[in-house]
Design a protein around this ligand. Structure first.
Ligand code: GLU
Ligand code: MG
Length: 473
């Protein structure tokens, strides 16, 4: 948790920021936030930012402090935030983005009265005491990726992530709350009420929902947001995760985005649909191409395929992520693209006449426990690399890749994603593109952090080993 530098009188920056007005937001949007806080009797405002691993960090400001905080930001000690600076240069400032102000959903009692305090929230950019963007802020890394895209002549990287998650009885085990199954209807799906409340809560914070259903595994769900530009969508993804968890908790359940919580069942993915727009038009669409894919789309997809292995440690960042990326569970294993096939890393959803704006590529390896800012930045950089360097797209693979033998895959030149976090980190640590995408500051810290996680894991003795070996060796 971020520790705001609080004085004895409450949440106040002890180190006021020198510049008179460091906010880059408009005066009008700051006024609008102040008015809403007053009109709606908001009791606290949360300032949110994200650490390297995508954990949400938050501290609360009282309404009396908000005006100054909107202009100057709030100082906090960054030394205890994962991946942020260590103690010697730990002063950080969180600058809230007033455009992101929302009032958080609350549970209601049986009479429909809201419970608990009325809390607002804003997403922040993290800057250094001199007002310059902090290179360790994942939101800044995504902004840099978007800048690169704009230099290449595009206006928007639109993304639609499909987050899957499980509902369990509590966070101590994996006791499921329904048997469910793909698209299962109400009778079987005991969690429908939770899901409906979750959708209401998400919509109340400005997140448009397009589609939701029970997923394949017991107690597994998916709620899909309408696509948005990458920065807004990364903010929304952070909000989505906390809202899903909170609403589950109101109902006495635990929601988890852990990629593979149940052995022998599908894991949870965050398939991400992507397209590039310019002047309001989808640059991925080409009416004349048999697949309706433009040369831009093809080069972008080629970029994703070329760099998938080295960026895997960003898109699937945990030891557990690699338990999901195995054959047989609708998760991708092989680096290939396809129009139909869900075993391929990249899928092109079927074109519907008149749906030019919806032409897109779906990458299936990210999982919902990723850092969405770094994930979208990495995807964008990989795609842009393909465009900038004119990569050629190989032929699609329409067979079920799970069924090919190693020999057949070799013949077709199909490589696999890394099988472990250790392998993924080795790839990442050698990657020039990853260094460019994450920036040297995050790159070094990320490699160190994730290697430590892998080293911690690889010395563990598992139940599987004890059962398999002890009595026979
Ligand atoms: N849960 C699967 C995964 O791990 C995906 C299922 C689907 O196609 O939606 O990616
Ligand atoms: Mg799904």
């Amino acid at each position: 948790m971020a520790r705001p530098r609080t004085g004895s009188e409450g949440a106040r920056a002890t180190k006021p920021v020198q510049s008179k007005d460091r906010a880059t937001s408009s005066v009008a949007s700051r006024r609008a936030v102040l008015k809403r806080i007053k009109d709606e009797d908001v009791e606290h405002v949360l300032f949110w930012f994200t650490d390297l691993e995508g954990h949400l960090k938050s501290f609360a400001i009282t309404p009396s402090e908000i005006e100054g905080a909107l202009d100057d930001g709030m100082g906090f000690d960054g030394s205890s935030i994962t991946g942020f600076n260590r103690i010697e240069e730990s002063d950080m400032v969180a600058i809230p983005d007033p455009e992101t102000f929302e009032i958080m959903p609350r549970p209601v009692d049986e009479h429909g009265h809201a419970l608990g305090a009325k809390v607002g929230r804003m997403i922040c950019d993290v800057v250094k005491p001199d007002g310059k963007p902090y290179e360790g802020d994942p939101r800044y890394i995504l902004k840099l990726a978007i800048e690169r895209m704009k230099k290449l002549g595009f206006d928007a990287f639109n993304v639609g992530p499909e987050l899957e998650y499980f509902l369990f009885e509590d966070d101590k085990g994996t006791e499921t709350i329904d048997e469910g199954g793909y698209f299962a209807m109400t009778v079987q799906d005991a969690a429908t009420e939770v899901r409906n409340d979750t959708i209401g809560a998400l919509e109340s914070v400005g997140i448009e929902i397009e589609y939701h259903h029970h997923e394949v595994a017991p107690s597994q769900h998916e709620i899909d947001m309408r696509y948005d530009n990458a920065l807004s969508m990364a903010d929304k993804t952070m909000t989505y995760r906390i809202v899903v968890k909170e609403v589950a908790a109101w109902h006495g359940y635990y929601a988890t985005f852990m990629p593979k919580p149940l052995f022998g069942e599908n894991g949870s993915g965050m398939h991400t649909h992507m397209s590039l727009f310019k002047g309001g038009r989808n640059q991925f669409f080409d009416a004349k191409d048999p697949n309706h894919l433009s040369p831009t789309a093809k080069a972008f997809i080629a970029g994703l395929l070329t760099h998938a292995r080295e960026l895997s440690a960003v898109l699937a960042q945990w030891v557990n992520s690699y338990k999901r990326l195995v054959p047989g569970y609708e998760a991708p294993v092989y680096v290939a693209w396809s129009q139909r096939n869900r075993s391929a890393l990249i899928r092109i959803p079927l074109y519907k006449p008149g749906a030019e704006q919806a032409t897109r590529a779906e990458i299936r390896c990210p999982d919902p426990a990723c850092n969405p800012y770094l994930t979208f930045a990495a995807l964008l950089h990989a795609g842009l690399e393909g465009i900038e360097k004119g990569y050629e797209l190989p032929d699609p693979m329409e067979t079920n890749l799970y069924h090919l033998t190693a020999e057949q895959r070799r013949e077709r030149g199909i490589v696999s994603l890394p099988e472990t976090l250790g392998e993924a980190i080795d790839e990442l640590s050698r990657s020039e593109l990853a260094k460019k995408a994450l920036g040297p500051h995050i790159f070094d810290r990320y490699v160190e952090l994730k290697r430590k996680e892998w080293d911690e894991y690889r010395v563990q003795l598992t139940d599987w080993e004890m059962k398999k070996y002890l009595s026979v060796l």
